[in-house]
Unconditional design. Sequence first.
Length: 276
Amino acid sequence: MAPSIENMTQNKAAQTVPVQAAPSKKSYAVEVQNLEVFYGKSRAVHGVSLGIAEREVTAFIGPSGCGKSTILRCFNRLNDLVKHCHIRGSVQIYGNEVYDRKTDVIDLRKRTGMVFQKPNPFPKSIYDNVAYPLRIHGVKKKAIVDETVERSLRSAGLWNEVKDRLHSSAMNLSGGQQQRLCIARAIAADPQVLLMDEPCSALDPIATGVVETLINELSKQVTIVIVTHNMHQASRVAHQTAFFYLGNLVEFAPTDKIFHNPDNKQTEAYVTGQFG
């Protein structure tokens, strides 16, 4: 019989003690220490510590409301836009403190690209969508913009599909193409880290497969952190997986271990579909 949520959460404090788990002997792109996130007086994230390896895919999994997207948005300070949200602890990206008062948030968001749950192309041409990050950072030379647009679209696996209609509206693309366009736009600024918040949840299985292949290819060049509710997706694309529950980091380990030999019974219950 599957354990009830009540039974699993009776000893929640003992089971979900914040852990600091990270792959050993690897360079960390992102290091998090004792991260706490509050919305007003309510604490949404409880003392999370972890190290995210460079040029790998790290998946954040867990039920809705467990804090995984909140943590992801700490990496590029999108939580700054949320009223009454405040942060304690440390987040470093390649050794630079994200929450230092001297941090240039615009530059931070250039270095940490973001892809959202639903495709959000601008109501502009395909070309102008990808060129946008360069233009807002002052790149005006047409040859550089042209080269970057092509390179980014090729990296996103979209170039051959759109090269003859670069100046047509991005809104005419299919949902899967729009999401790959958003990925191309995100990588045009040459980010160090790419954040993806459920990037395939609005896509059909074929488009999802294309994006997952793209994620695997991009991870050779950039560190990727993906939030996903899809256990199969996490098992396919992620090198490391972190399981969160009620704002706590329950377990963080190589993906194969999380799905086949987790240390925590709560992790096992979640990945086998006993709750969630």
